[in-house]
Write a protein that binds this ligand. Structure first.
Ligand SMILES: [Fe+2]
Length: 362
């Protein structure tokens, strides 16, 4: 299995992961051979790319962080909760049942992460434009739990962190859909209004939701920056609660790697570069350290170019040495060569070779 950018999808490619539509329905089942109108449609819907099976990648297995079924269930649950708040924000009925449903989803996510002992973020999350908020909320929860676990948080802390993360943008409900869903860059005035969402989420949860104070405080603080230049209060370093410092990085990573109506999705290595550049500025260095050890810049299934002129597909990544993957080589200096496996971490002769970039046009 390998990843192909939406612009390089070709007719006849075999889909390796099922694509779900707006309401969690199966849009294209894995094993389907792509026809031209579908490729166009996927781009319109906002998918950054797809996973396919082909001769280059048939033996490459990509491990999901959580199952696709659970991701769909979690997305559907958070969508239902957001919709129920939106339709009746002043009435508190159903909220306890909502929080019970959320807790059980977070518990399922935690138990899948713990039981499969996922060590790495080694896959691209593929979401569409329409349900971005819900897919994004779920992914921020998944990534935050992974980071929290690597930082040694206990189970009850991971649960609180997961609930804070899945609800981090709940305040956007109170900002107005025309601004939140604007398919364009915001004006300064609109941006100032959007910035209110962390306070709005805090106020709402504090008054009406039966959640611990750590949850609504984390939601209030998820746009604070480590250097004190964030909002709403300009808090810095340990003044910002740990969960908020974790959610802040997970939020930015997922947003950068997502396709939006006004911007293309960044490749994971580019998103990670941004996070590393902001270590100690926007982000807590201890959280950035975990990210650099656990988030693969070139996830399995990515076509890459190496500094010695070789090109191939990443077949394995290693925790703590994410810049040194194992790669199945197909080309050297643009010419096909006999397939060979190159391990940048362990093969002495390749110790100075680096991955230069990912390639989308193959
Ligand atoms: Fe936010």
């Amino acid at each position: 299995m390998r990843f192909v950018d939406v612009d390089t999808i070709k007719e006849g490619m075999e889909l390796a992961k099922t694509i779900y539509g707006k309401n969690g329905e199966v849009m294209l089942r894995k094993g389907t051979f792509i026809k031209n109108p579908f490729a166009k449609r996927l781009k319109q819907l906002g998918y950054p790319g797809i996973y396919i099976n082909d001769a280059f990648s048939e033996d490459i297995i990509i491990e999901e962080i959580i199952s696709e079924e659970l991701r769909q269930k979690a997305t559907f649950t958070i969508k239902k909760i957001f919709n129920s708040i939106e339709s009746n924000p002043t009435i508190n009925k159903n909220l306890n049942s909502n929080i019970t449903a959320l807790k059980s989803i977070i518990d399922e996510i935690m138990s899948q992460i713990i039981s499969t002992d996922i060590a790495l973020v080694n896959i691209r999350d593929l979401k569409n434009f329409d349900d971005y908020t819900y897919y994004h909320s779920v992914n921020v929860a998944v990534l935050s739990i992974l980071i929290g676990r690597a930082l040694g948080l206990k189970e009850d802390q991971l649960r609180e962190l997961g609930i804070s993360a899945i609800l981090h943008d709940v305040g956007k409900i109170f900002i107005g859909a025309e601004i939140i869903n604007k398919p364009d860059v915001l004006t300064m005035e609109e941006y100032e209004m959007v910035k209110e969402h962390s306070r709005e989420g805090y106020k709402y949860l504090k008054d009406d939701f039966n959640v611990p104070s750590k949850v609504y405080v984390s939601i209030l603080q998820h746009h604070e920056n480590y250097d004190g230049k964030g909002y709403p209060s300009g808090l810095s370093k340990e003044q910002i609660f740990l969960y908020a410092r974790i959610i802040s990085v997970a939020d930015v990573y997922d947003a950068l790697t997502s396709e939006r109506p006004y911007k293309r999705a960044e490749a994971p290595n580019k998103a990670l570069e941004y996070i590393l550049q902001n270590e100690g500025k926007k982000f807590d260095p201890q959280v950035v350290k975990v990210i650099s050890e656990k988030f693969a810049p070139f996830p399995v299934g990515t076509f890459v170019k190496l500094s010695n002129g070789m090109m191939g597909i990443v077949v394995e990544n290693f925790s703590n040495t994410c810049l040194k993957p194992k790669i199945k080589i197909f080309w050297q200096d643009g010419k096909p060569v006999t397939q060979v496996l190159v391990n940048l971490r362990d093969d002495e002769i390749y110790k100075d070779v680096e991955v230069l970039s990912s390639i989308s046009g193959l």
